[in-house]
Design a protein. Structure first.
Lengths: 117, 115
């Protein structure tokens, strides 16, 4: 089954303790992206990747890192989490840049709810 | 800064009534436009997209959206609401010439359907 898999679904941690949220897609997609969703703010892009070893900042990259060493994986790393990073995080992937080709919608994972105390 | 605006954070309709969710973009050059739906505890799912092929776009579950350049709008409609349509809906855009990877989302409109 074609899907984007995020782990974990729920995570509670303390300020300053490094964590990684994994994202994997099995559709051979070139484009991958991370978003955070906060009430009243919609989805805001954190980082995206157009292909292996190519990553770039989105609208809210501060406090986050990503890597794209393999096409299928795009982990989100919080080196020193803070309470303002408490949020719902979504990973998404697409064949190519969304809208570039008619058959490239974004496929979303089911989300990771992170709480930083 | 380029943006996308969804009017109304909450919309409530009766079952069987018309659904109208509003979306406006902020560019003189028509962008790519999308509508996504999010059911509780799930990720976002694509409803439909506009990529300049036709101004009236039909999507899944009976939804459609019309691109109107003169109004810089891409409103989502459904003639008759069903209880299962209750969800949060997001309009999203990619602007030409902007960051090539940045899909910009609106703040979302939560749709409630009353029996």
């Amino acid at each position: 089954e074609a899907q984007v898999t995020q782990n974990p679904r729920y995570l509670i941690t303390v300020t300053g303790k490094k964590l990684t949220v994994t994202c994997s897609q099995n559709m051979n997609h070139e484009y991958m992206s991370w978003y955070r969703q906060d009430p009243g703010l919609g989805l805001r892009q954190i980082y995206y990747s157009m292909n292996v070893e190519v990553t770039d900042k989105g609208d809210v990259p501060e406090g986050y890192k990503v890597s794209r060493k393999e096409k299928r994986n795009f982990p989100l790393i919080l080196e020193s989490p803070s309470p303002n990073q408490t949020s719902l995080y979504f990973c998404a992937s697409s064949v190519s840049l969304p809208g570039q080709r008619n058959n490239s919608p974004l496929h979303f994972g089911n989300g990771t709810r992170l709480t930083v105390t | 800064a380029q943006s996308v605006t969804q009017l109304g954070s909450h919309v409530s309709v009766s079952e069987g009534a018309l659904v109208l969710l509003r979306c406006n973009y902020s560019s003189s050059v028509p962008p790519y436009l999308f509508w996504y739906v999010q059911y509780p505890n799930q990720g976002l799912q694509l409803l439909l997209k506009y990529t300049s092929a036709a101004t009236l776009v039909k999507g899944i579950n009976g939804f459609e959206a019309e691109f109107k350049k003169s109004e810089t709008s891409f409103h989502l409609t459904k003639p008759s609401a069903h209880m299962s349509d209750a969800a949060e809906y997001f309009c999203a855009v990619i602007y030409y010439g902007g960051s090539q990877g940045n899909l910009i989302f609106g703040k979302g409109t939560k749709l409630s359907v009353k029996p």
